[in-house]
Design a protein around this ligand. Structure first.
Ligand SMILES: Nc1ncnc2c1ncn2[C@@H]1O[C@H](COP(=O)(O)OP(=O)(O)O)[C@@H](O)[C@H]1O
Ligand SMILES: [Mg+2]
Length: 208
């Protein structure tokens, strides 16, 4: 399952954070490329900060995502697509029509969950052309043991897109790694918990 898209209807949900950390983790097992389809170009910025040849390559695909997918897609390579914070954006629609797995990060707040209702419709529409599309909501910036988090779990059960069992916690390691153009796999023991949850998410959404 080589093409994974980070999509959603809100900025600040964690698309770029998950994009670079998933890609860096996937790159340990297989050739991996990020296609940045968001006009904000945050994944590209991350790659520029990295200044490190071994960092996952990031390709600018803002203006031509379908052709960049055609150029780079390969059974032996993961493509990770970073999308704009809108389901109406042409890049989001293009990504949903071509990806194998769509991940929709949401913050554990009711407002953010309501915004995902729109993406549910977009996913249904994309399945007319891409019937095997698999989609998961990924709760990001989860703060465990809060009442809100429990309410969010209840609300998620009412959406038609399933939520991944693996939630991503709010951790400074994600912010710090990004600022240095790195991922949590580069942080040694400081990144261990984050690394584990990212790997768990990969196992869940790619291998189930
Ligand atoms: N799990 C997390 N823990 C801590 N900070 C996070 C986490 N996920 C995202 N962030 C921070 O939240 C902000 C928005 O995340 P970002 O990935 O840029 O969202 P998006 O790409 O959806 O707009 C960034 O400052 C990022 O560092
Ligand atoms: Mg982003």
């Amino acid at each position: 399952m080589p093409v994974i898209a980070l999509v959603g209807n809100k900025g600040g949900a964690g698309k770029t954070t998950l994009c670079v950390n998933l890609a860096a983790t996937l790159a340990a097992s297989r050739d991996t490329i990020i296609l940045d389809a968001d006009p904000q170009r945050s994944s590209l910025q991350w790659r520029i900060i990295a200044e490190d040849e071994s960092t996952v390559p990031v390709v600018d695909a803002v203006d031509d995502l379908p052709s960049q997918i055609d150029i780079h897609v390969d059974d032996n390579r993961y493509l990770v697509l970073d999308c704009p914070p809108s389901v109406q954006a042409v890049q989001t629609r293009q990504a949903l029509e071509r990806c194998d797995v769509a991940l929709i990060p949401v913050q554990p707040s009711p407002l953010d969950l309501w915004a995902t209702v729109h993406i549910e419709n977009e996913i249904e529409r994309a399945r007319q052309r891409n019937p095997d599309l698999r989609a998961f909501i990924v709760v990001n910036q989860m703060e465990p043991r809060t009442r809100l988090s429990r309410l969010v779990r209840t609300a998620l059960a009412e959406l038609s897109v399933p939520a991944a069992a693996t939630a991503i916690r709010r951790r400074v390691s994600y912010r710090n790694a990004f600022l240095e153009g790195r991922s949590v796999i580069d942080l040694g023991s400081r990144g261990a918990d984050a690394r584990e949850e990212i790997q768990q998410l990969i196992n869940e959404v790619l291998e189930s």
